[in-house]
Design a protein around this ligand. Structure first.
Ligand SMILES: Nc1nc2c(ncn2[C@@H]2O[C@H](COP(=O)(O)OP(=O)(O)O)[C@@H](O)[C@H]2O)c(=O)[nH]1
Ligand SMILES: [Mg+2]
Length: 289
């Protein structure tokens, strides 16, 4: 018989918590239930003192599942009781109380908190780094494509100046948005074009540098864009910009005015989901956007 026990539930405070322990009558104050049956009992410390009122289920001849109370103090008492019986904590994949609290304190956004509370520190099926840092999304494309307008709409306020004068945006401008609970850092950038004055060329160098570090690159392509070949790189998410000026609305598109059948908000939500998919981040339905 194994000599180890493990938590079966995440270590966030909860009404109840589950442990699995070897089937030993020393642990409880009543006879062990039959296999497949459950009973109320008291969990005992090795010295005989009562630790908690619990429900004991006999999973097999050798294994018990015990439902105890799930507050942090009770979890600590249960851990101490198991240790007093000479049982060792197995690595259940669940975080210890303090590890989880530290992870929650570092969580990057509501979806990360939601994930940690639900799953503890189990290995996520998405890049773990995004539990603790915000993904960056570079918005690039030719001058006048509507990049700054897209940034403003996504941030929900006027972060960048918008104008039909090419070269209005020169620096990298950042803003944030929430998509299905994941917070994204959006980076607006100078329009791609050759020539221009020294400051504009410096702006182009900033875009090139931002490309190297961004987690996702959105290429906003205005109608009639002919810079495509040299400016779009493998892996870019291409968005058909100024879709209100286009007859065809197939594929991923964006218009600040919306298009027939889709408001600007609906189009943004679709772009947001495309970004999450690229980052392999799951939409967390329980978390408000
Ligand atoms: N028709 C139309 N015009 C837009 C749209 N988005 C931006 N514009 C206009 O295009 C011009 C350039 O926009 P801006 O966001 O500054 O482009 P940027 O140079 O790519 O940052 C401005 O006059 C905007 O009002 C759009 O979705 N549809
Ligand atoms: Mg701009």
């Amino acid at each position: 018989m194994t000599n180890s026990w493990s938590w079966q539930t995440a270590s966030a405070p909860a009404a109840i918590a589950l442990i699995q322990v070897p089937a030993s009558s020393a642990l409880i104050d009543r006879p062990l239930p039959q296999v497949g049956q459950a009973r109320f009992a008291c969990l005992r410390h090795h010295d005989g003192s009562i630790v908690d009122e619990v429900v004991v289920t006999r999973l097999s001849e050798e294994l018990l599942e015990i439902a105890c109370h799930g507050g942090p103090g009770m979890r600590a008492a249960v851990e101490a009781a198991c240790a007093s019986h000479g049982l060792k904590a197995a690595d259940s994949g669940q975080a210890s109380e303090s590890e989880l609290w530290k992870a929650l304190a570092r969580a990057s956004c509501p979806a990360a908190v939601d994930w940690l509370l639900g799953q503890g520190l189990t290995e996520p099926p998405f890049p773990k780094q995004f539990l603790y840092r915000l993904p960056t999304v570079l918005i690039t494309g030719p001058a006048n494509a509507g990049k700054s307008t897209l940034l403003n709409a996504w941030c929900g306020h006027q972060r960048a100046l918008v104008s039909d004068i090419p070269g209005t945006t020169r620096d990298l401008l950042t803003g944030q948005t929430l998509v299905c609970g994941w917070r994204l850092v959006l980076i607006d950038s100078a329009g791609l074009r050759s020539g221009g004055d020294e400051i504009e060329q410096a702006g182009q160098a900033l875009v090139a540098a931002a490309r190297k570090t961004a987690d996702v690159v959105l290429y906003l392509q205005p109608p009639g864009d002919n810079t495509r070949e040299k400016s779009i790189e493998d892996g870019d998410i291409i968005i058909a910009g100024k879709a209100d000026l286009r007859a065809n609305h197939d594929g991923l598109c964006w218009s600040a005015q919306g298009i027939p059948g889709s408001s600007a908000q609906t189009l943004l939500a679709t772009v947001g989901v495309a970004v999450l998919n690229r980052l392999r981040l799951p939409a967390m339905p329980a978390v408000a956007s």
